[in-house]
Design a protein around this ligand. Structure first.
Ligand code: 13P
Ligand code: SF4
Length: 312
């Protein structure tokens, strides 16, 4: 059986929109209708007319789609595809934090569970976190969760002194060490550097680079889709990419004349890689696993997500 053609047939027959995150396996990206970052995928979910969405990504992403589209069926090929960053905070911890700062506004990254989102004022992704924080009056305290590297990057970019940041991290991005960055900076002197704001190096080494401390080196701190756009539009020929290595497939496919080098070969998200082509096929065939969010949680989380979708 040719899995790819069976998948394409089934998604047509069953009127399914297949969304895949930039970190998905190449063969999974190739059967998707849309490949993108968290914000782009949420936007696609929000505007689709398809009856069913098959989400090739991790659980919080499928959950976000289920909240945005309560009348659609949202499927994920492996229900246990989690996220180490989302797991760093639960709703009880957010409530406790908020009670310690009753006048603060709570901003949470999309990498959170639906229960946590229900406690937020604003949701954001790596592509609009700076603009979401900028939209909040400067004299209002902010609780930012759960990623400390994204949080400190946003605080620096917005010059915010009244932002409290949760000490969470993504094991994949936190694992890209400043030493690896230094080594690549030395080795690829003509390359452009594309860095995800979840990286542990973002708030230290790369911020210095962005401020010009490394001369005229080209360094961009970007969401995964921001990286894709930059790779396409830049005149550069070589790019060192600091994020999960799955994105390199799409970068190479869209820009065959350019060279892409991973900042770290070990930046691989085991949760994203749980979504295999076999599981995509079974998911479509057997319509499993459906991701559902309790109505009262979904209603509360929806407001924060809508605010995220409104700010680019
Ligand atoms: P993006 O929103 O930039 O795609 O990031 C999502 C994510 O999980 C990063 O690890
Ligand atoms: Fe979560 Fe990190 Fe995997 Fe992204 S790369 S899904 S933040 S564990």
């Amino acid at each position: 059986m040719n899995l790819k053609s069976e998948i394409l047939k089934l998604k047509e027959q069953k009127d399914v929109l297949v969304l895949a995150h930039n970190y998905q396996l190449p063969e999974v990206q190739d059967v998707a209708d849309y490949v993108g970052d968290s914000l782009g995928l949420s936007r696609q979910a929000a505007k689709t007319n398809h009856k069913t969405i098959l989400f090739c990504g991790v659980h919080f992403m499928a959950e976000t789609a289920a909240i945005i589209c309560p009348d659609k069926k949202v499927l994920i090929p492996d229900i246990s595809a989690g996220c180490s960053l989302a797991d760093t905070i639960n709703a009880e911890q957010v409530r406790k934090w908020k009670s310690d700062h009753p006048s603060a506004v709570t901003v949470g990254y999309v990498n959170t569970s639906a229960e946590v989102k229900a406690e937020l004022d604003y949701c954001c992704t790596s592509s609009n976190a700076v603009n979401v924080v900028k939209s909040i009056p400067t004299d209002t305290e902010i609780l930012f969760l759960p990623d400390m590297f994204l949080g400190s990057y946003v605080a620096k970019m917005t010059d915010r002194k009244n932002m409290y940041i949760w000490a969470g991290e993504c094991h994949v991005h936190a694992g890209i060490r400043p030493q690896e960055v230094q080594e690549k900076l030395m080795r690829y002197s003509n390359a452009e550097f594309l860095v995800h704001p979840e990286c542990s190096c973002t708030s230290s080494v790369m911020y210095d680079v962005a401020c010009g401390d490394y001369g005229d080196r080209q360094v961009q701190i970007l969401s995964t889709e921001g990286m894709m756009n930059h790779a396409k539009n830049s005149n550069g020929k070589t790019f060192v990419v600091a994020t999960e290595t799955g994105i390199l497939y799409r970068m190479k496919k869209q820009n065959p004349e350019k060279e892409f080098i991973p900042m770290s070969d070990s930046a691989v998200c085991k949760y994203m890689k749980m979504i295999t082509l076999d599981k995509v096929y079974l998911s479509l065939k057997e319509e499993k696993y459906e991701v559902k969010v309790q109505k009262n949680i979904a209603q509360r989380a929806h407001l924060a997500i809508e605010r995220m979708l409104a700010i680019s």
